[in-house]
Design a binder for this molecule. Structure first.
Ligand code: AMP
Ligand code: MG
Length: 424
């Protein structure tokens, strides 16, 4: 595949493109080629910036720390006054507290009592911990084996004035908010929130508050999608349930694409219904349908309707969550300006249960990571893995990812797990 951007129709003609069995990494890479982050910016208070994406570098207007200060409670001394062997005695001429510095300077044979975070007085270059000092009135006796600059935090050692403290594209978490505050910066420039519209399709769906008749079910996907989007910090536009009626669905697509950066639907992309949705979407925009070589979540549609990115997820509740986290999450984060978009932590642990797996597609089974009696991490499967069993997601704290070529897993073999912590 070339690095230059493709149009969707070119993408669907590429040599290694098999719409009936698209490998997971290839589908991700294809989607990635069409993503351009939003440009609109907002200037907001630092306190309100949690979960937002920085739209410009934050440069440090000062040195951090601003001045040389002590990392310990002890005594500020001149290194040349310390003995190379035996002991020396120095006279204590004052004290430096955090917020109340010593204003004079230290001369030969002198020391200043100093507390953690306090300014290191002029003339001093080394801090001796109070535990290494004998005090007699205003004199202290100290031994050998000290290092020049020990226990001293140098001005600018964390950040120097003019240094880029945080890069454009970073997600602002509590640590970043604290760092920005430590620089005295009260406002930041962030990307505006990504707007995501979503609706459920299906004649069988009723909403909470209605009474399902025989053959009807409550719409749960809209609640899952709403929650997943909200957790990621997007602005959400809930468009409700749309009946399996071409006219109504077309209308909903128009409205969603006109009001949002991205549109997500669930249902109506499986075999049988696909053709009718496909036809209509091709009329409205540029959309590719794939059968992804994965379980659960085989059918997936991606494309553009006007300027909006469209993700057509399958209908089964577990498939919705798996395809959202494996494809849509990263795409939406990229669109919202986040850079880099970090993958979810994935690592290997022994699996204590036997897993059934046929080679040919990637499986995302739901697992429970836990420790054994020796404190070693291991994983077990949640039980029945049907794509309609949403309880398996509630019980899980990780996906067990089984690669395409992998067959059955015997108890004790190593498997890849991907943490859901923070996702669910
Ligand atoms: P579909 O892809 O529309 O054929 O849906 C596949 C399965 O998912 C069917 O059993 C649907 O009833 C179910 N389903 C579709 N949409 C929803 C929804 N919003 N909430 C719960 N289940 C759904
Ligand atoms: Mg349906």
């Amino acid at each position: 595949m070339s690095d230059s951007p493709l149009s969707l129709s070119q993408a669907s003609c590429a040599d290694d493109y098999d719409p009936n069995s698209m490998p997971v990494p290839q589908a991700r890479a294809l989607i990635n080629q069409f993503l351009t982050p939003i440009q609109a910016l907002e200037r907001i208070h630092t306190r309100n910036a949690l979960g937002r994406i920085l739209a410009e570098n934050v440069t440090s207007p000062l040195n951090v720390p601003a001045y040389d200060n002590s990392a310990m409670d002890g005594y500020a001394v001149r290194f040349t006054d310390l003995p190379t062997q035996g002991e020396s005695t120095l006279s204590v001429i004052g004290s430096s507290f955090a917020g109340t510095p010593f204003s004079g300077s230290i001369k030969k044979g002198e020391a200043v009592r100093i507390m953690t975070g306090a300014l290191v007085p002029d003339g001093a270059d080394t801090i001796v911990m109070q535990e290494h000092v004998k005090v007699q009135g205003t004199a202290i006796t100290l031994g050998s084996q000290h290092r020049l600059h020990q226990n001293l935090r140098r001005a600018g050692e964390d950040l120097y004035q003019g240094q880029v403290a945080l890069q454009k594209g970073m997600l602002l978490r509590p640590a970043e908010i604290g760092l920005i505050a430590s620089l005295g910066i009260g406002e930041v420039t962030v990307f505006r929130k990504l707007r995501v519209a979503f609706f459920s399709t299906g004649d069988e769906l009723v909403s909470i508050g209605q009474s399902p008749q025989v053959g009807q079910i409550f719409d749960s996907n809209r609640y899952t999608i709403h929650s997943m989007l909200t957790r990621l910090g997007f602005e959400v536009l809930d468009m409700g349930v749309v009946r399996d009626d071409p006219v109504l669905i077309e209308e909903a697509f128009h409205q969603a694409a006109a009001n949002a950066d991205a549109v997500i639907t669930s249902g109506g992309v499986s075999v049988g219904e696909a053709d009718f949705v496909k036809e209509m979407l091709n009329k409205l925009g540029e959309v590719v349908f794939w059968k992804i070589a994965m379980k659960p979540g085989r059918p997936l549609a991606y494309g553009k309707i006007g300027n909006a990115h469209f993700f057509g997820l399958p209908g089964n509740p577990v498939s919705v969550m798996v395809t959202f986290y494996q494809f849509v999450r990263d795409a939406l984060l990229t669109l919202s300006g986040q850079n880099p978009v970090l993958p979810l932590p994935t690592f290997k642990v022994p699996c204590i249960t036997a897993l059934k797996k046929a080679p040919g597609r990637t499986e995302f089974q739901r697992g429970i990571l836990h420790t054994d009696e020796k404190g070693q991490w291991q994983v077990r499967v949640t039980g029945e893995q049907g794509s309609g069993i949403l309880r398996s997601m509630c019980e899980a704290n990780c996906f067990i990812i089984l690669a395409t070529d992998q067959g059955n897993v015997t108890p004790g073999s190593m498997v890849d797990v991907q943490l859901m912590q923070g996702l669910l």
